[in-house]
Design a protein around this ligand. Structure first.
Ligand SMILES: Nc1ncnc2c1ncn2[C@@H]1O[C@H](COP(=O)(O)OP(=O)(O)OP(=O)(O)O)[C@@H](O)[C@H]1O
Length: 934
């Protein structure tokens, strides 16, 4: 649906969707149309026979329900109007179903509302008023010579109605239908013209509203009178512009542009009329419209079609269309009824009747055949449906089975993998066993051979050993007898000797222990003593050194203290002296300052005294003057009153003398000018009198007012003078009292100042004396302190010397005493050691004697034993011992099979489990591990 921009053709198709009307909102009409302005798309969703159908259409521009008149105009119409202003003919159509907003778009809804204060149009103004405004704005801005003409006509069936024609003409037109038809004619220049069509010359944009209103009103009236419907008529509003332009060569050119604004009939009436006649008429109208717009379509013109839709278009349109179709059908039926009446029945030509009858029959046959075919197909379809269902069920079962099988297969696969793993392990274990069995078998064989050899050897040696056993038995008997004798003696002897030895040994060891103990003790004692003496010596010398260092420290401290005390004392004395000096200076300064202040004070006081006296004098003078002033005021008052009276009198006399003079003049005039002048003179006299009376009244008024003012001033003046007199008196009294008080105070001040000066002088002297005394006392103090310090220092050093000597003497005594004690201890220890040595020698002698004695006992015992003991004598029957060749234990051990673990390790080193391959298992009869293979 988008616009075509072919060569020479410039057609733009826009879509405008209006908002929901109130009625649609009330009826909850569904939204069928959705606009996407950005994508320039319109989506239409329809539910046709329960089926949702969505379609999307693209346009050159899309204006949704929220788009304003201004938006549409600015985006779509301004360029077209610019073309018109350039001298081209352009056309804008509003096309759409009834009630979708064609008239709203073209004309707008505020035709009565004129332009705003700034020449702005109302927001609801449509394309027509906006175009006219743009045209006028541009032309006025160009300052060109121009003319704007408009026509407004309606096309309904074949009739063209001038919507701008004056009332009378249109009335005649309505009464006489033939007369009102405006013929469409060729103008001979390739154009068309409507004869008799009113061309209104418009001079301002505002006029357009009047014209639109007039045209619309006429359209409505015509609709009512002729029973027309606006939705079935087109309206054409044309604006023609002529602009005069001058070329640079001075030639004059006329530029002519035309803008056609067409509000088409409801589209449903164009496309879907049920009445053939109506369609024919509309076609004819359409052809007329095309002819009318011939000069504005094609060429370098812009054509814009604004398609209008409702958001709920289908629902509403279906209803409307239905009604319109029904109307059409009624029309058609009416025509048929009319035809029937005219022809006494339904009239049809025979050929057509036959043809239609044949067609009907063949159609009936066809329908029957198709019905049968359909039944068959329906049956087939049902069978197929049943088969399909059965297949579907089978399929379901099979897929269930397949799933189960698949699961089982998976499980089996898992089991198989496990079993294969177990098999491998088992085969490997079997291999291990075989290897071990083979090894053990080998060892068993070797051992069996060895056992056979041994068995033979043993049988032989058993025979030899039988005679040997007999000899051994005899020897054993003898030996047993000897052994019992020896054992008995030996035990007795051993008992005796043992007890003796034990006793001696115990005594010796006891003695030794004691001696060692004494020795140990002595050594310990000597060591402790030596250590104690050396410690003591060290400590004494340390304490002496410490004491000396302490004393030296103290001496240093004392020295420092003394130096600092001396320094401080010197500072104190210097400070005291400077303080005393500064106090003296301060006091002197203060005294001079006090003196100057006192002098100044005295000067001020005397000045004030003089001033106060002068003030009192002036006050007194003022009082006298105010009294005089009061008297003078009274005098002035009197003079004023007198003056006023004099003035009054003088004025009265003057006016009186003037009047008399005038009367005399008038009398003379009367005598000279006779009666004719008398009236004038009387009038003049009356005037003069009136003037005099008025002047007198005014003067009286002035005099009375001056009098009032004077009286008032006099009264005020008297009040004022009285008041000022009283005030002056009060002030004088007050100032006199103040003066006395002031003098008193001043005197007191002078006394106080003098007293203060004397006091300060005394204080000064006192402070100076005290300062001097203080300085002397401080100096005395410092001197005595430094003497004390010196004394103390001397005492400290003498005390230190004596302490040092005492300490030295004491420590030497201690050392000597300790050394003597030590010597004595050493002697004692030496004595102990000698004693112990002597005792140990004695013990050794004792031990030797004892050993000798026990030896003698042992000898004696030996002799006794020798006498009772009997030796064995051989019989000569015992066979010679022969050595059997028995294999050693190591040899037999070496024949043994390796331990199981070693064999397994060896096997696993040579055969890895990972590289082990499972072979086909041959079922062999079971055998015990140690049974022979061969
Ligand atoms: N864009 C819009 N915004 C607001 N109201 C609108 C809009 N378009 C149309 N309308 C309203 O919808 C109603 C029908 O509009 P209008 O009369 O312009 O329709 P139409 O297509 O000209 O109808 P017909 O073909 O019967 O003349 C009017 O009341 C008008 O105010």
């Amino acid at each position: 649906m988008s616009g075509r921009h072919d060569k020479g053709v410039n057609v733009q198709v826009l879509l405008r969707c209006r908002p929901f009307s109130n009625e649609e909102l009330r009826n909850n009409a569904p939204q069928v149309v959705t606009c996407d302005e950005y994508q320039r798309e319109v989506a239409v969703s329809q539910n046709i026979a329960g089926k949702q159908i969505d379609r999307v259409f693209t346009f050159d521009k899309v204006f949704g329900p929220t788009a304003q008149q201004k938006d549409l105009y600015e985006q779509a119409v301004i360029p077209i109007v610019n073309e018109v202003l350039e001298g081209f003919n352009c056309t804008i159509f509003a096309y759409g179903q009834t009630g979708t907003g064609k008239t709203f778009t073209m004309e707008g809804e505020c035709k009565r509302a004129k332009s705003g204060p700034n020449g702005e149009l109302p927001s609801q103004a449509g394309v027509i008023p906006r175009s006219v405004k743009q045209i006028f704005d541009t032309l006025e801005g160009q300052n060109a010579e121009y003319s704007v003409k408009v026509t407004f006509l309606e096309l309904y069936n074949e009739e063209i109605t001038d919507l701008l024609a004056p009332e009378e003409i249109s009335k005649i037109g309505i009464e006489d239908k033939q007369k009102k038809l405006l013929p469409l004619m060729e103008d001979g220049k390739g154009g068309v013209l409507v004869r008799g069509l009113e061309e209104e010359i418009v001079t301002s944009a505002n006029e357009i509203f009047t014209l639109l209103e007039r045209g619309s009103a006429k359209r409505r009236t015509a609709e009512t009178l002729l029973n027309k419907q606006s939705s079935r008529s087109h309206s054409l509003f044309s604006i023609t512009i002529h602009i005069k332009e001058s070329t640079p060569e001075g030639e004059e050119l006329i530029k002519c542009g035309k803008l056609n604004l067409v509000d088409l009939a409801g589209s449903e009436n164009i496309s879907r009329s049920g009445a053939r006649e109506l369609l024919k008429r509309i076609c004819s109208l359409d052809s007329k419209l095309t002819r009318l717009l011939r000069d504005s379509l094609g060429g370098r013109t812009k054509t814009c079609i604004i398609a209008t839709v409702s958001p709920a278009v289908n629902q509403k349109m279906m209803k409307t269309t239905l009604i319109k179709d029904l109307y059409g059908e009624i029309e058609r039926l009416k025509a048929e009824v009319y035809a029937s009446r005219e022809k006494n029945g339904v009239y049809l030509p025979k050929e057509r009747y036959d043809q239609e009858e044949m067609e009907r029959k063949s159609m009936a046959d066809k329908i029957e055949k198709m019905g049968i075919k359909m039944e068959n197909q329906q049956k087939q379809f049902e069978e197929l449906q049943t088969q399909f269902n059965a297949r579907v069920e089978e399929c379901c079962e099979l897929s269930c089975k397949l799933e189960l099988t698949q699961t089982t297969l998976n499980q089996t696969n898992d089991v198989l993998a496990n079993t294969e793993e177990t098999l491998k392990k088992c085969q490997y274990a079997l291999k291990e066993r075989d290897f071990i069995i083979q090894e053990q078998q080998k060892a068993e064989n070797a051992l069996a051979q060895q056992a056979c050899i041994l068995r033979a050897d043993l049988e032989k040696s058993l025979q030899d050993n039988a005679s040997l056993f007999m000899k051994i038995a005899r020897e054993d008997t003898l030996n047993a007898t000897n052994r019992s004798v020896v054992d008995k003696f030996e035990s007795e002897l051993a008992q005796d000797v043992g007890s003796l030895c034990n006793m001696v040994a115990a005594s010796v060891s006891q003695q030794n222990d004691q001696l060692q103990c004494i020795e140990k003790f002595c050594d310990t004692l000597i060591n402790i003593n030596n250590k104690a003496i050396s410690d003591l010596k060290k400590k004494v010398s340390d304490s002496r050194n410490l004491y000396i260092s302490h004393v030296e420290d103290m001496e240093n401290v004392v020295r420092l203290h003394k130096a600092s005390a001396n320094g401080s004392l010197e500072d104190i004395s210097a400070k005291a002296i400077s303080n005393a000096r500064s106090v003296e200076e301060l006091l002197a300064e203060e005294a001079s300052k006090g003196q100057s202040i006192f002098d100044e004070l005295q000067g001020t006081i005397s000045t004030q005294q003089g001033e106060i006296v002068a003030f009192a004098r002036a006050l007194r003078k003022l009082m006298v003057e105010s009294k005089e002033l009061g008297n003078h005021a009274n005098h002035v008052d009197e003079i004023q009153t007198k003056n006023i009276d004099d003035f009054q009198k003088a004025y009265e006399e003057q006016s009186r003398s003037d009047a008399q003079k005038l009367i005399a003049d008038v009398t003379s005039l009367v005598s000279s000018h006779m009666s004719r002048q008398k009236q004038m003179v009387d009038a003049c006299l009356a005037g003069i009198r009136e003037t005099a009376a008025e002047s007198k009244t005014v003067l009286d008024g002035h005099a009375s007012s001056i009098e009032g003012i004077t009286t008032d001033a006099k009264r005020k003046w008297q009040e004022f003078s009285l008041q000022s007199e009283n005030d002056a008196r009060d002030s004088a009294d007050f100032s006199a009292a103040k003066h006395c008080r002031f003098e008193l105070l001043l005197q007191k001040c002078v006394d106080t100042t003098e007293m203060a000066l004397n006091h300060s002088k005394k204080t000064h002297e006192l402070v100076t004396n005290v300062g001097k005394e203080h300085v002397l006392a401080v100096e005395e103090l410092v001197r005595s302190a430094s003497e004390n310090n010196e004394l103390h220092d001397a005492e400290v050093s003498s005390a230190r010397k004596s302490a040092e000597e005492d300490v030295l003497k004491n420590s030497e005594d201690i050392i000597k005493h300790m050394e003597g004690t030590c010597q004595k201890e050493q002697d004692t220890v030496n004595g102990i050691l000698e004693t112990t040595k002597a005792q140990s020698v004695f013990l050794e002698t004792l031990q030797k004697d004892h050993a000798a004695q026990s030896g003698a006992i042992q000898q004696k015992a030996h002799d006794t034993f020798q006498q009772k003991y009997m030796d064995y004598e051989p019989s000569g029957n015992t066979p010679l011992r022969c050595e059997t060749d028995v294999p050693s234990k190591i040899t037999i051990e070496s024949l043994r099979a390796m331990p199981m673990e070693t064999l397994l390790e060896e096997f696993r080193e040579n055969h890895s489990f990972e590289l082990f391959e499972v072979k086909d298992v041959k079922i062999t009869p079971s055998r015990s591990p140690l049974s022979e293979i061969n």
